[in-house]
Design a protein around this ligand. Structure first.
Ligand code: GLU
Length: 308
């Protein structure tokens, strides 16, 4: 395992498929405070690679909400949609090294396969040694082999047998779009990201990303996966579960709720303080060790109500 580089560089990487909600605030708050605690930089990357999922106005809403909550990022905002050249170059290196192969299978054809660790179908390897006769290439998959290990600062030691638990996964989709897994490792490495602090819903992606870092000769950052906010039905707060957009008018109280969620035990009176006072308290009291060591926590209905 590569020793994380100093200085500390963290990042927040929202997907512009809707406005920020309480769950995204938790991830932003944890990664920002951890970066500040290390006198590090904190970068902002808009993950708008998946253009069909892009919602008009979502990026502007995200930037406005981050600003209203008092986040300040270092350097210019990076947009994945402007970086396809870098992903294509990385893909080409994998292709020339024989690490990726074209796959003709449709989603339906692999739907009955055994499941991978994250519950998605594990690719059975149909096209691994060449396309079946008469079939046309669609997506490109990377050969998932070996072991991915990392010591998560919150979730503890993680170990994934890539072939058995993940299977060969897509790095370039049938529509030509590079997969999140490839883009994220290229972006993090190029920006010098030393520490990835993000939601535990991405824990199962980390083994895939470590494999790609290894194949591309990129450094492995340190990881800390925060518990994700779930609604009372146990679903992660997301645009799909209609989590409510953050309301800038109640920023201090919402931020205090995020700190409480992250196990920081803010005094209740802080909810009536100004945003600057809440950040001052948070900066002085932030301890990653206090973050609950679980993958998800249900939050009260104030944060998971449907959009009006
Ligand atoms: N774009 C991803 C999301 O919004 C986060 C990716 C990451 O932090 O690696 O869930």
């Amino acid at each position: 395992m590569t020793v994380p580089r100093l200085p500390y560089v963290g990042r927040f990487a929202p997907t512009p498929s809707g406005p920020l909600h309480f769950g995204s605030l938790v991830a932003a708050t944890g990664s920002w405070l951890e970066a500040r605690a290390h006198a590090g930089r904190w970068l902002l990357r808009i993950e708008d690679l998946d253009t069909p999922r892009k919602v008009p106005g979502a990026e502007e809403a995200i930037l406005a909400a981050l600003g209203a909550f008092g986040f300040e990022w270092d350097g210019p905002v990076v947009r994945q949609s402007e970086r396809t050249g870098a992903y294509a170059a990385a893909f080409e290196r994998l292709r020339q090294a024989g690490q990726v192969y074209p796959c003709a299978c449709t989603r339906r054809e692999i739907a009955d396969s055994a499941l991978a660790r994250d519950g998605s179908p594990r690719y059975p390897g149909t096209c691994r040694d060449g396309l079946p006769p008469g079939r046309r290439p669609r997506a490109w998959r990377v050969r998932a082999e070996g072991l991915a290990c990392f010591d998560d600062a919150i979730q503890g030691p993680q170990r994934e047998e890539l072939a058995e638990e993940i299977g060969d996964f897509i790095v370039r989709r049938a529509d030509g779009i590079f997969a999140y897994q490839l883009a994220v490792v290229v972006d993090d490495a190029e920006a010098g990201v030393s520490h990835v602090v993000r939601g535990a819903d991405l824990l199962e992606s980390t083994g895939r990303q470590i494999l790609l870092q290894r194949l591309l000769g990129l450094p492995q950052p340190a990881y800390a996966h925060l518990p994700v906010a779930a609604n009372t039905a146990g679903e992660k707060l997301s645009k799909q579960t209609l989590a409510r957009a953050l309301d800038a008018a109640s920023a201090p109280a919402t931020l205090v709720a995020a700190l409480d969620f992250l196990g920081q035990r803010p005094p209740p009176a802080l909810a009536r303080a100004s945003l600057a006072e809440v950040w001052a308290w948070a900066g002085a009291h932030w301890r990653l060790e206090q973050v609950p060591r679980c993958r998800s926590i249900a939050v009260a209905s104030t944060h998971d109500e449907e959009c009006p």
